[in-house]
Design a binder for this molecule. Structure first.
Ligand code: WTA
Length: 656
């Protein structure tokens, strides 16, 4: 692992601009200054208090934390139900008519879902699942567009204790199939399609292909969203509007153990096979309800919008479970950010008087490119707090967001976390933290994080870059990789004994501010989406023309990183632009459009060590137009020069 941090970090640290919390936010903030010291004195006690305050339990826990490194159990012996905590209890307390989701479809259709509506719909869906034979503990796949039935389906699963396995609607049928097989799902909930950029995403077509090869799936529930023709397999496929609609509106929540599996979510790692990250019930809900409350400074009348997709962990934690546990009113938007015009988001903020916006830096950079005249058309004075997630934010984008979206009044919380961490771990608190653009600032109260060097020794604050590690368990942490305990131990707990290895480079400055520097492994972040270089390589070599491929992420002004593929063709195949285009499409078909390489370069050879290992570091240097690093371990040192010359000429042709 190499860590090329110096140039970036020097640039960041020269960012001396600081933004203290606005007085009116500081005065009434949910988190007040004593929270850090209180949590630090007794972090288990801090989380226990949060668990008590924020959730309802059928049975209180016997022990807050059982830590048998690397396995944690939180709120041991406690019993609760996530759907009850997110829906039913709010209705029981008189919040039935409060809006849970203002939903807006891409074509402009809308629905308002109150907590009472949510309760009825969740109950019907839970009863439908039971009628289809789904039992507590069975896994249920979900492959849907951003429509209200998506959170409803997740909550229905949670209500009966059937762990869900949500697959992002932009993933291909292959990706869906792999996840359904890995999780041995017994049923799949999908839709005829969804709207994206004015086009229908054919989810049912992809689901049919996947289910044909995933024999454990016995039933498929299909929501009619777009109304276009889809084929329905008799006996297996059931229309939601028929089957779910006729179920009873009553359904008792199943009291579940704190450590009951709530969901699996597959994420890319450093191999071709995505990992099924396991999240459980009690600790997870405590962690996200608490972070959502403090970090976004949620008030009873807040209108909150996390503009991620529910198919990613951000949506699981901060569109579905966190906001609902806190009885928050959220926005749910189906479509593309700039459809039909670059001010779609800003019109939604104006229309619903949104107070909190949480999104990815990629989206901000894409809006920046369109110009500030688009947000200027709208009254966004309702905004109080802005958030970012998923990738490092460059100070320019931070400052633009702060000025043109937040009107210079709103704290920007740059939140660092991962699918595995389940909840935000490094973040400002809007009423307390003095912000520095580009820094996620400091660990959330009770969270232990630090930076170590390659030997695992602490890097003192202000002393240079290193590897981010987490030093103590946190309630929403992953409980393992589904069916692969060795991978859990090897990926996270072996690199630095006793610590969780996050896979990110980081530097802590002299004032204790954390500056995240991107991944140090073979994981790319493209538009905030997590994609493994090796997944893309396997998709490429799956094409009959390809002999070998090496993929690297290279920095991109909008998407953060862009996928750059070096491809060696089989001897009989001639390189051509048509073939490059075909390979890009092939990857999109195998994984999903998000993984389509931006650039495919044909090369006769790849730089390898004498033992045959591809030297990605050099490929990254070539892709980034950097001077080449150490080439002494190369088997053939001339090869990189050849590739570099070729890269420069073919790039001019392919990149717009
Ligand atoms: C990156 C997304 C810098 C990081 C919630 C991490 C960030 C990976 C930030 C996890 C941030 C996330 N600043 N980098 N604020 N937030 N990352 O699993 O590299 O899709 O390891 O979870 O995103 O990506 P994942």
């Amino acid at each position: 692992m190499s860590l090329n941090v110096q140039p970036e970090i020097e640039a960041l640290l020269s960012e001396r601009r600081e933004f203290p919390p606005p007085a009116e936010i500081a005065r009434n903030a949910n988190a007040q200054a004593d929270i850090y010291a209180r949590a630090e004195r007794d972090f288990e006690g801090f989380w226990a208090e949060e668990a008590e305050q924020r959730l309802d339990w059928y049975r209180k826990w016997d022990q807050v934390l059982e830590w048998d490194l690397p396995y944690a159990k939180w709120f041991v012996g406690g019993r609760l139900n996530v759907a009850y905590n997110c829906v039913d209890r709010h209705v029981e307390r008189g919040l039935g008519s409060k809006v849970a989701y203002h939903w807006e479809g891409e074509p402009g259709d809308t629905r308002t879902i109150t907590y009472a509506d949510l309760q009825r719909e969740v109950n019907k869906c839970a009863n439908a699942l039971q009628a289809l034979g789904v039992k507590t503990g069975d896994r249920v796949g979900i492959y849907m567009p951003m429509i209200p039935e998506l959170p409803i389906a997740m909550l229905a699963c949670a209500k009966i204790g059937a762990p869900h396995v949500v697959v992002f609607g932009g993933f291909s049928s292959d990706a869906l199939q792999g996840r359904m097989i890995d999780s041995e799902a017994v049923a799949l909930i999908t839709a005829d399609g969804g709207w994206r950029n004015g086009k229908v995403l054919d989810l049912k077509g992809a689901a049919d292909v996947a289910v044909a090869n995933a024999p454990t799936i016995k039933n498929v529930l299909v929501v009619r969203r777009t109304g276009h023709d889809v084929s329905m397999t008799p006996g297996r496929d059931h229309w939601w509007h028929d089957f779910v609609e006729r179920q009873s509106e009553q359904c008792d929540p199943v009291p579940l153990d704190s450590e009951h599996l709530l969901y699996l979510l597959h994420t890319s790692g450093t191999t071709a096979k995505p990992k099924g990250v396991m999240h459980t019930t009690g600790g997870y809900l405590v962690g996200i309800a608490s972070t959502h409350h403090y970090i976004f400074d949620i008030k009873p009348d807040s209108v909150y919008w996390c503009a991620a997709d529910i198919g990613w962990v951000t949506g699981h934690s901060y569109i579905v479970y966190g906001p609902l546990a806190n009885a928050t009113t959220s926005i749910l938007y189906e479509g593309a950010p700039q459809y039909p015009a670059p001010d779609r988001w800003w019109s939604i903020i104006e229309k619903y008087k949104v107070n909190v916006l949480y999104c990815a830096p990629t989206a901000i950079r894409a809006f920046m490119k369109q110009g500030e005249e688009w947000p200027a058309k709208h009254d966004m004075s309702s905004l109080r707090v802005l958030g970012t997630v998923g990738e490092p934010i460059n100070p320019e984008a931070w400052l633009w967001y702060h000025k043109y979206i937040g009107g210079g009044r709103c704290p920007v919380v740059d939140t660092w976390w991962q699918t595995e961490t389940g909840m935000i771990l490094i973040t400002p608190l809007p009423g307390i933290t003095t912000l520095r653009p580009g820094s996620a600032t400091r660990p959330f109260p009770g969270v232990g994080a630090k930076v170590v060097d390659a030997d695992g020794k602490d890097v003192p604050d202000g002393q240079g870059g290193g590897y981010l590690v987490l030093t103590r368990p946190w309630p929403a942490m992953l409980r393992g990789i589904y069916k692969d305990p060795d991978r859990y131990v090897n990926t996270y707990w072996s690199r630095f004994p006793g610590y969780y290895f996050a896979g990110d480079g980081c530097k802590v400055d002299a004032d204790g501010y954390f500056w995240l520097l991107g991944r140090v492994d073979d994981v790319m972040k493209v538009s905030g989406h997590r994609i493994s270089t090796i997944e893309v390589e396997s998709a490429l070599v799956d094409h009959p023309a390809v002999a070998e491929a090496a993929v690297v992420g290279r920095s991109d002004p909008i998407t953060g990183e862009a996928i750059f593929a070096f491809v060696i063709l089989k001897a009989s195949v001639e390189p051509s632009d048509t073939l490059a285009a075909e390979l890009r499409e092939h990857v999109a078909r195998k994984i999903g459009a998000i993984a389509r390489p931006k650039m495919v370069m044909f090369t006769p050879e790849l730089p390898k060590t004498r033992s045959g290992k591809i030297m990605r570091r050099l490929l990254r240097d070539i892709a980034e137009h950097r001077p080449l690093g150490d080439v002494t371990t190369l088997a053939d040192s001339g090869i990189v020069e050849t590739i570099r010359d070729k890269a420069q000429s073919s790039e001019a042709e392919q990149l717009i």
